[in-house]
Design a protein around this ligand. Structure first.
Ligand code: NDP
Length: 242
């Protein structure tokens, strides 16, 4: 029960990695609020199961982020942990990538980090305590053909995280990044078996990850044991990117 009475906010908590993070914090006794975009039924069921708070709010919506944090503070009095997890892909080679493919990915994946970090900034400063964990991707470190928009958003997450780590360190707020490799979720469902087999051959541990294996390092970075770790990028990829 490391996180008993800890107030946690996870963006994109209904499915995949975000859901794994919501459930892991709830098991450890945290009060968990989460956002989602469209999965209303799943959100209601998860809200009930975890005794938390669900907010239907597009992560790209600046005012929406402020409202979510306001309501969470009203309900629970503060925000101790923010996990910026919501993210999408719109893959295509750059020559075929539309302006909207670019904008929608940058807004959902990167502007969302700005939105929620800004919304919790003063709250965490006043508390003189906070943990922000941002979910990037190894693609933000290595690049990937067909994912220029996604890679740019995920590399941008590293830049904003390091800057915030420097801004907020003296106030007891740490900001770190988890960069997963290949995780079995709806996001990666469309990848062909052949591509998957090829990719797994280059992963030193020879398999893909499950969401719980991303949640565990997120919980570590939010724990008291990680108080002296800030501005870091933790790759959780079975060794793929080394
Ligand atoms: P999924 O597609 O499985 O789940 C995405 C979750 O985010 C859903 O809960 C979805 O809500 C929510 N979401 C998506 N867009 C928005 C938005 N604009 N506003 C609010 N909520 C939103 O994705 P994953 O779990 O695979 O990915 C989670 C994060 O991990 C992403 O940032 C992704 O880039 C990153 N990642 C994933 C990897 C992988 O292999 N899966 C590898 C590396 C990084 P709803 O259910 O309502 O649609």
């Amino acid at each position: 029960m490391e996180f008993k009475e800890t107030r946690v906010l996870v963006t994109g908590g209904t499915r995949g990695i975000g859901r794994g993070i919501v459930e892991a914090f709830a098991v450890e006794g945290a009060q968990v609020a989460f956002t989602y975009r469209s999965s209303v039924a799943v959100a209601e069921e998860l809200e009930e199961a975890t005794g938390g708070l669900a907010f239907q709010c597009d992560a790209a919506d600046f005012d929406g982020a402020e409202q979510v944090v306001k309501q969470m503070v009203k309900a629970w009095g503060g925000v101790d942990v923010l996990v910026n997890n919501a993210g999408i892909t719109r893959d295509n080679l750059l020559m075929r990538m539309s302006e909207s493919d670019w904008d929608v990915v940058i807004n959902a994946n990167l502007k969302s980090i700005f939105n929620y970090s800004k919304a919790v900034y003063r709250v965490m400063m006043r508390q003189r305590y906070g943990r922000i964990v941002n979910i990037s991707s190894i693609v933000g470190l290595t690049g990937n053909p067909g994912q220029a928009n996604y890679a740019a958003s995920k590399a941008g997450i590293i830049g904003i995280s390091k800057s915030l780590a420097k801004e907020l360190g003296a106030r007891g707020v740490t900001v770190n990044v988890v960069a997963p490799g290949y995780v079995e979720t709806d996001m990666t469902e469309g990848i062909s078996e052949k591509m998957k087999e090829n990719m797994i051959r280059s992963v030193p541990v020879r398999r893909t990850a499950v969401p719980e294996e991303i949640a565990a390092p997120v919980l570590f970075l939010a724990s008291s044991g990680a108080a002296y770790i800030t501005g870091q990028v933790l790759t959780v990829d079975g060794g793929l990117s080394m």
